[in-house]
Design a binder for this molecule. Structure first.
Ligand code: 5AD
Ligand code: FES
Length: 346
């Protein structure tokens, strides 16, 4: 009986592998709304009715990798490539700071141009200017030494989705140059250094099964990260997965609620991908237990080029000010943006 499984997950924060499989396979609308109400309640108990905004600066869409799902993979000849200079990155942060943001995420493809010699001064400068802000990096796989240098320069947090915890699925989504083993090693290195770590995966990726999703949940349980980003897979027209269907809001929000009950303290974003497949996707994510949003702070001129998947929202002129837009959206469901660092509460 699913209701009982949900109650036990709520109390004990975990289930057996077989029970997780049942919880996902046998889900229905009634149990999903029960699960969501418990998830929401847990989030409110720890973080209140607030949602933390993270200002996202997408500073390069060059990438040396070729993840099969991703629109900015290096081999995509049609991507219009850009790099932001140190000054452009700093002015995106300044603009965000003036709007009230106290948490920034610098994200990019794996672009060798941003070596430690380039990246460290950027991070130190942001740290020096904005001492009351959290600095999150999302730059993909680097050496432990590099992660350490960036941490010493003032970065606090690092986002690196594991993408798929089942080796066979990981290999179907990535070329042989990438390995799950290295990915996981990077995550443990980041934790050891002292970063608050975020991982995550796509929901509804090609070839993904319920068993794979349970592997993801169990991997996350073992890693015990501070943040988990999940969003639906959305096809990109220049990739070999262009004809695969998107993931669903329904399964993404259901998994969000499960993650919230597994660790009530998690920082869980209602992702841009979720807002892309449904105009109210992010609101639905919050109502399922998410408590973070990531408004875009990138210069409007480059936004459409950071195209990981098709139809990404927040790329037009009208999206110059995402925080205002998100604030109104959250108000419609009786939540509000809270402009603090939004640290993980132990
Ligand atoms: N659909 C949804 N999410 C995607 N990402 C990359 N490509 C896609 C896509 N086609 C996600 C990956 C990556 C994050 C930055 O964006 O999970 O970690
Ligand atoms: Fe970016 Fe609405 S949040 S346009």
């Amino acid at each position: 009986n699913l209701h009982e499984l949900i109650d036990r997950l709520h109390k004990e924060h975990t289930l057996t592998r077989g029970e997780f499989i049942t919880l996902i396979k046998e889900r229905d609308e009634e149990n999903a709304s029960y699960l969501a109400s418990l998830a929401r309640e847990e989030a409110v108990k720890i973080y209140g009715n607030g949602v933390f905004p993270r200002g996202l600066v997408e500073f390069t869409n060059y990438c040396k990798n070729n993840c099969y799902y991703c629109g900015i993979q290096g081999s995509n000849q049609y991507a219009n490539r850009y790099r932001l200079s140190k000054d452009e990155i700093l002015s995106a942060c300044e603009n965000g700071y003036q709007l009230g943001y106290r948490s920034f995420v610098l994200q990019g493809g794996e672009d060798p141009h941003y070596s430690d010699d380039v990246m460290v001064p950027i991070v130190s400068q942001i740290r020096k200017r904005y001492q009351d802000c959290a600095i999150t990096l999302s730059l993909g796989e680097r050496s432990k030494e590099s992660y350490q240098k960036l941490y010493d320069a003032g970065a606090d947090r690092y986002l690196l989705r594991h993408e798929a915890a089942t080796p066979e699925l990981y290999q179907k989504l990535h070329p042989e140059s990438l390995s799950l083993e290295n990915r996981i090693q990077c995550l443990w290195n980041l934790k050891e250094i002292g970063y608050a770590v975020g991982t995550g995966f796509m929901v509804g990726a090609p070839y993904q099964t319920v068993e794979n999703l349970v592997d993801d949940l169990l991997f996350i349980q073992k890693l015990d990260p501070q943040m988990v980003g999940i969003g639906p897979f959305v096809p990109h027209h220049d990739t070999k997965f262009k004809d695969y269907p998107s993931g669903t809001v329904e399964l993404t929000t259901y998994l969000t609620s499960i993650l919230r009950l597994m660790n009530p303290h998690l920082l869980l974003p209602a992702t841009t991908a979720l807002g892309t497949i449904d105009p109210r996707g992010r609101e639905k994510g919050i109502l399922a237990g998410a408590n973070v949003v990531m408004p875009n702070l990138s210069p409007v001129a480059v936004r459409k080029d950071y195209s990981l998947y098709d139809n990404k929202i927040c790329t037009g002129e009208e999206a110059a000010e995402c925080a205002g837009c998100l604030g109104r959206r959250l108000a419609s469901i009786d939540y509000e943006l809270v402009f603090t660092r939004g640290d993980y509460i132990e």
